[in-house]
Ligand binder design. Structure first.
Ligand code: ASP
Length: 440
């Protein structure tokens, strides 16, 4: 393992010249911070549009042959301002001029992924100049196959391209290339994934993800008053929490670090003195009885009942095959002797609900099938719950004492999570009661 740390700075961390200066101070304060990944400039205030969104709007207009000057000029202004305020010679004008020319005269020659990736590309070029670092493009380094899987040679290519341990490198996040050599972006927020892949490629000692919050909290502060910060969360726990909507990190950025046990540290660019949250391997001993509680609304439950279901071999498989053929993924599937419930995202179900219900009815001949919308899933997560007697009792007593009706119960066999399905209207009450029961 190298001693190097990969640092990824998100959109708010590169939003203006002032933020660039903070990054310089952060990078210079630790000699191990050698590989820097940047997003495109984000919002400077809540009303502003992120540069990536301006690029999407530009593409939308240009590809229809419409005037794209409004978003495009804002993009130019953002970069000009950063250059001017940092006293950097503006070398981006040429790139922007030639791109503008193409968009005006040959819009078909510019793909959406290419245009949008320029947000990160230009930002990384500026940052490299400002830090006096080497700019390395991620385009030829990170290669995806047609199913968006990273091809193994990516990791060797990264190790080679960033081999000099004494050099400072700056790379753009958010994109790579496909097997045909075209620029391809990740899903939104994907610079987090770039940082994780680079950390894996150079065997980094740490992956720091710099954003505008000092890590994660044990619960949503809009719901629970002053929740405690999470100092440490395992890779497994964070997956469970992310699934319920509590994440500060793109969920696909965990796996590349997890396989090499590289700790991920969420840090705040505006408060670098804060230690933030560390995401790492399963701890020997949990710090707290639970690590976090999170909830997400917007689920529906497809309830299927059939007498002697448990004797019908392949029943579950065939039901799930119907969902698969409609491209519907499911979150949970608790079952009983003569019934099964499948919890799915309500929005995703909406489009295919009639077909799914008809197909299941035709193929499985259930005694009853019904959809219950308006469900929220609450995940209570923590290694501290494993092999502890009375955890479930405490959780359900808290819900009962606060008049929350539990619709679904699911405990993973690893015992690090208990998921409860409640009516959406009870979400906040449920989260508050569980947090208070375990933390007081
Ligand atoms: N700029 C991209 C986005 O806004 C990627 C990123 O910031 O991670 O989604």
């Amino acid at each position: 393992m190298s001693k190097r740390t990969v640092c990824k700075f998100g959109g708010s961390s590169v939003a203006d010249a002032g933020q660039f200066k903070k990054i310089k101070a952060i990078v210079e304060s630790d000699k191990n911070r050698k590989v820097i990944v940047v997003s495109a400039p984000g919002k400077r205030n809540p009303k502003e549009t992120k540069l990536t969104d301006l690029l999407y709007s530009t593409y939308d207009l240009a590809s229809k042959g419409l005037d794209f000057s409004t978003p495009w000029n804002l993009i130019r202004e953002r970069y000009n301002e950063i250059c001017n305020e940092l006293g950097l010679e503006n070398k981006l004008t040429e790139d922007l001029d030639s791109l503008e020319d193409k968009l005006k005269n040959h819009p078909e020659s510019v793909t959406i992924d290419f245009l949008v990736s320029r947000g990160e590309f230009l930002c990384a070029r500026l940052m490299a100049k400002y830090l006096g670092a080497n700019f390395v493009d991620t385009f030829p380094l990170i290669t995806f196959d047609d199913k968006y899987r990273i091809v193994p040679k990516t990791y060797d290519d990264i190790a080679k391209a960033l081999s000099d341990e004494n050099q400072l490198y700056v790379l753009p996040g958010f994109y790579g290339s496909n097997l045909r050599g075209e620029v391809k972006t990740f899903s939104r927020g994907g610079s987090d994934i770039t940082g994780a892949i680079l950390a894996n490629g150079i065997d980094a000692q740490k992956y720091e993800n710099w954003t505008d919050v000092s890590g994660m909290l044990m619960a949503d502060p809009r719901i629970v008053e002053n929740p405690l910060p999470i100092e440490y969360v395992s890779y497994r726990e964070i997956r469970e929490l992310a699934y319920s909507g509590a994440s500060v990190l793109h969920d696909e950025s965990i796996a590349p670090c997890r396989v090499k046990k590289i700790p991920i540290n969420i840090r705040n660019t505006n408060r670098p003195e804060d230690a933030g949250t560390i995401i790492g391997p399963t701890p020997e001993k949990a710090l707290r009885p639970i690590t976090g509680v999170a909830g997400r609304k917007g689920f529906s439950m497809i309830y299927i009942e059939k007498s002697m279901m448990n004797k019908e071999v392949g029943f579950g498989r065939r039901v799930l095959a119907v969902l698969e053929s409609e491209g519907l993924s499911y979150e949970l599937c608790p079952s009983a002797i003569d019934s099964m419930s499948i919890v799915v995202d309500s929005k995703a179900l909406e489009a295919v609900q009639n077909t799914v219900l008809e197909d299941i009815t035709q193929q499985m001949r259930p005694d009853r099938i019904k959809v219950f919308p308006g469900i929220a899933l609450i995940a209570t997560v923590g290694h501290g719950m494993t092999n502890k007697i009375g955890v479930a009792a405490k959780l359900f007593t808290a819900l009962a004492d606060n008049n929350v009706n539990v619709r679904i119960i699911d405990q993973g066999s690893s015992q690090i999570n208990i998921i409860t399905g409640v009516d959406e209207a009870d979400t906040e009450k449920a989260i508050r009661s569980i947090y208070t029961a375990f933390m007081n």
